[in-house]
Design a protein around this ligand. Structure first.
Ligand SMILES: *[C@@H]1O[C@H](CO)[C@@H](O)[C@H](O)[C@H]1NC(C)=O
Ligand SMILES: *[C@@H]1O[C@H](CO)[C@@H](O)[C@H](O)[C@H]1NC(C)=O
Ligand SMILES: *[C@@H]1O[C@H](CO)[C@@H](O)[C@H](O)[C@H]1NC(C)=O
Ligand SMILES: *[C@@H]1O[C@H](CO)[C@@H](O)[C@H](O)[C@H]1NC(C)=O
Ligand SMILES: [Ca+2]
Length: 467
């Protein structure tokens, strides 16, 4: 997570193909829709109808389509747009409620992207496109009734041939609930305990951050991380544990007032070049990468020795580029992941990990032989089902990998998850300024979610190791 990328719903949107015996696709021209702060234009050729809509420059500028449905039903939304000013994002708001974000890749001409799915109610519905990054052209949208989701086809084995029994116990349990329930989750034990106090239920899953075990932080700070102890605490009360790692760069921290040492996981706070460091194994910076991985191995080993299986999510949000491990593009990020995987599983022989990947784009994917669970971090307000990202991850993993909402700003509403068949394995809300911020989650909504029959809480998963 963190600050400036509240819109970290990274996606390379793939176009959908509509296969149907009868053509039930309905098309709506943007120039015939309701404009608010936006305008019709015709300067860029290749549009359908009499023009397209542009002028998304103020935050509240929008385009509203009115769409009728004969009953409540799920539809695939497709958007014809042009990204002539580069890659952009739009916010799609359904019936003034749930908001999703759609990435518009840069294009020279009009092109089609999937806008995910929309659940239309009987009668009139509104689909708004609101500025977000702005500076795109919208030609038309189509909606097509969604086909039912095919059954999942999840791989029964973990990628590490030496995965231990604890990792398998967790993986087997996760498969048993996948598509039937969602695990509630929270970043940081202290915020999980805050939920217990506010909501009266405790998250099933707690994610901890190994940030403060990064050697380049340890050398600066006087305090000691308690992430391992926190994970063990949650495990001992019957919970499920995930680990992420805001890896402070091994070297090259600017450590200025603007970019202090503790921001050293951000691309903008270090000149550490991951591509150069990985280019040659005799490089001093390659050695520093190994030093850091070995420091993390010590902590993971403590969890392994304590019998704690871990949903391990390293190099998160790589494709965003805002962390140094993603700053040089897909190839170095994948190479670093491969090194991390080999070093931890083979050199250190760590067997308690379920390996998670946390980017959506195909070109960033390290491969199905080194990833057990796919995930995305989605910061969008409104408690929506995040079905765009879910469907993209289904495509990425050919539906053979379970899919988690590893970081969210707003916890998803279970009724929407069920009707969208967005079968996220778990959701984990980020900590300070998200879980405790009514713009993202009111306590009342959290109570509704945590008490919902579809959502598993700590009390409901007791004994999962032996199920
Ligand atoms: C189906 O309808 C849509 C919208 O009217 C149109 O764009 C598309 O070309 C049609 N497809 C076929 C196969 O007729
Ligand atoms: C959405 O809000 C607008 C005003 O902000 C209102 O005119 C419209 O009727 C609302 N639409 C729905 C579907 O509630
Ligand atoms: C560790 O130190 C940093 C910086 O000195 C501080 O921001 C952070 O809150 C400390 N963490 C804990 C767990 O005490
Ligand atoms: C290692 O990285 C640091 C920080 O970016 C850089 O200053 C140094 O030149 C690099 N060393 C080598 C041998 O490339
Ligand atoms: Ca048009």
């Amino acid at each position: 997570m963190l600050g400036s990328y509240l819109v970290a719903a990274l996606a390379s949107a793939a176009s959908i193909s509509i296969v149907s015996c009868q053509n039930t696709t309905q098309k709506f021209e943007a120039e015939d829709a309701v404009l608010s702060g936006t305008e019709v234009d015709t300067a860029t050729p290749g549009f359908s109808g009499t023009g397209y809509v542009t002028g998304f420059d103020e935050a509240t500028d929008k385009l509203t389509f009115h769409v009728e449905s004969s009953g409540q039903a799920l539809y695939d939304l497709s958007i014809r747009y042009a990204g002539i000013y580069g890659e952009k994002r739009t916010s799609v708001v359904l019936n003034n409620g749930s908001t999703s974000e759609v990435l518009f890749p840069a294009t020279d001409v009009f092109a089609t992207v999937s806008g995910g799915q929309v659940l239309l109610e009987e009668g009139d519905n509104t689909i708004d496109f609101v500025t977000n990054w702005g500076w795109y052209l919208i030609d038309y949208i189509t909606i097509t009734p969604s086909a039912p989701r095919a059954p999942h086809d999840i791989t029964s084995t973990l990628v590490n041939p030496n995965a231990n029994d604890n990792a398998y116990a967790l993986y087997t349990y996760l498969q048993s609930i996948y598509g039937k329930k969602i695990l509630s989750g929270q970043q940081d034990l202290s915020w999980a305990d805050w939920i217990t106090a506010q909501v009266g239920k405790t998250p099933a899953l707690v994610s901890v951050d190994f940030i403060d075990y990064s050697p380049s932080r340890v050398e600066f700070q006087g305090n000691v991380s308690t992430a391992v102890e926190d994970a063990i605490t949650h495990h001992e009360r019957g919970g499920i544990v995930s680990v992420l790692w805001h890896w402070n760069a091994p070297a090259g921290l600017y450590n200025t007032d603007a970019e202090p040492w503790w921001s050293g996981f951000y691309t903008e706070a270090t000149d550490f070049d991951v591509a150069a460091a990985l280019a040659d194994t005799t490089n001093a910076n390659y050695t520093l990468i190994l030093r850091d991985i070995d420091a993390i191995a010590v902590q993971l080993k403590r969890l392994e020795d304590a019998g704690v299986p871990v949903l391990f999510r390293p190099l998160h949000e790589a494709e965003g580029g805002w962390f140094w491990w993603g700053a040089q593009g897909a190839e170095p990020a994948k190479k670093l992941y491969a090194l991390l995987y080999d070093r931890l599983t083979e050199y250190h022989g760590i067997g308690n990990l379920i390996w998670m990947w946390n980017s959506i784009a195909q070109e960033w994917y390290p491969g199905s032989d080194v990833v057990d669970v796919l995930s995305a971090d989605v910061y969008a307000q409104g408690h929506g089902p995040m079905s765009t990202q879910y469907n993209q991850l289904i495509d990425l993993g050919a539906d053979k990998k379970m899919i988690a909402a590893a970081e969210v700003g707003s916890a998803p509403l279970p009724d929407l998850l069920e009707v969208y068949e967005a079968d996220w394995l778990y959701f984990a809300v980020w900590g300070d300024s998200f879980i405790n911020n009514a713009e993202w989650n009111t306590v009342d909504v959290l109570k509704e979610i945590y008490n919902h029959e579809y959502v598993l809480t700590l009390d409901e998963i007791q004994g999962w190791e032996t199920q």
